[in-house]
Ligand binder design. Sequence first.
Ligand code: NAI
Ligand code: MG
Length: 503
Amino acid sequence: MSDVMEKSAAVAENPFKAEYGHLIGGEWVGGSSGKLIDQLNPATGQVLGRIQAGSAEDAARAVKAAADAFPAWSCTSHSERQAILFEMGRRLKENAGHFARLETMGNGKHIVESTHFDLPMTIDTFEYFAGTAYIALTGELEADEEFTAMIYRQPIGVCAQIIPWNVPLLMMAMKIAPALACGNTLVLKPAETTSLSVLEFFKMVEDLLPPGVVNVLTGYGADVGEALVTNNAVRKVAFTGSTLTGRKIIEYAAKNIIPQTLELGGKSAQIVCKSADIDAAVEGVTASTVFNKGEVCLAGSRVFVHEDVRDEFVSKLVDQIRNVRIGDPMDWGTQLGAMASRAQFDKVSSYLDVAQEEGAVALTGGKAAQVEGQAGYYIEPTILDNVNNDMRVAREEIFGPVTTLLTWKNEEDVIRQANDSPFGLGGGVWSKDITEANRLARGLDTGCVWVNSYYNMKSGVPIGGFKMSGFGREGSREVLHHYTICKSVVVSTDDKPQGIFSR
Ligand code: NAI
Ligand code: MG
């Protein structure tokens, strides 16, 4: 597939600028390296624009701007911060169609998805965290006859936030909205392949924030990550991406002992029971295979089907997957777009080879797809059968439209197998038996289980991992604790000396 991008494709009208700077201290500035990174439309190979390849020096500048902005910003009122977050959401709503197109052009996800999932969720995230601006710094009181302790939650300081390329706008919102609601300043580093929609968002809202409150540093993680996270002024790091990079983030964070929230890989199980609504389960498994081309940390990519319903489930699933329309992401009829980058296309392709070597059988797909008039990185939606839970395709995160099928009959055994994974991020249970569904959901070692639905994402519901999927919870009130630090002020309400030495 080496020539996949070389074929010419129809060049769509390009809404982006030729070159973008970093956003540092309220200014759009060039990087010290003078090097730029091409941003490609992965469906066509078209260069959409160029971003700065950031350096350690740029990272230091961005952190300095955030640190300078912190004292004033951390003293703003709840209502001021709330109004800004609402306004970010409002502007995004007003321009939702435009931003959906930007997201599709930069990432390859189809336009129906960016319009009906990414944009609404991103807007909702701003609105939800706008709502939390009033409670983010709510403390507690402890008291008895001798003391009153005021337990404050205060902004933690400068945050380093590093996001991936699979849902760029939503990831941006999930990181910056809670941090800002709590009164922090930050440096955001979008992924080197998909920075444009995020940069366009900050162009749209740059007048809303005092200079330096949000700084956007672009470039390769390897060039800026360590300098950013180990900077003495950075008090917290939040990262979403691979487990491999997550481990490096922990090492960087060890230097100044700063807290981390890490949302890493997954290999989530979906358990289809005998009592399941089979059509609903088939739809859910199709969605989790195809949604965002499978480039989702929460993908339910290990499907355990009860042996009694296996034949019906598999035949309906294969039928539905075969009818998935692969094509131009900008086409409203498309259901599966292009992989986000060459690197991801190559990674998924190599796992399809691994599947074959391991003896898995592709009931559908199993290879790259050619799309008429498109040059990009397309993979056919793939259901792998003849898989056991020890195979690499069942243990490692593929991050593509590839789902492995396994069969079960014993409840204890399926829970054991589902939990026999280094990861624990998402999960699904398909059952109409409420007690069975409850036992299975409670039995899974994972941060989030959906019952009789999948990707049923709601603001306010914590998302985060067990085991190597990371730690910390986002998308909910719990994240406010990660972006605040606790301080206790203990006031004596006793007239007498404390009596430690005078007893
Ligand atoms: P990655 O973890 O390397 O990249 C994610 C972000 O981390 C990007 O912004 C990148 O520039 C940054 N980064 C990379 N190295 C860094 C470093 N040393 N210090 C600081 N930041 C650094 O993920 P990659 O390589 O793009 O994808 C590889 C695999 O990771 C995927 O195939 C998928 O399995 C998994 N992944 C999981 C995601 C999730 O949502 N949990 C998102 C993206 C990737
Ligand atoms: Mg990487």
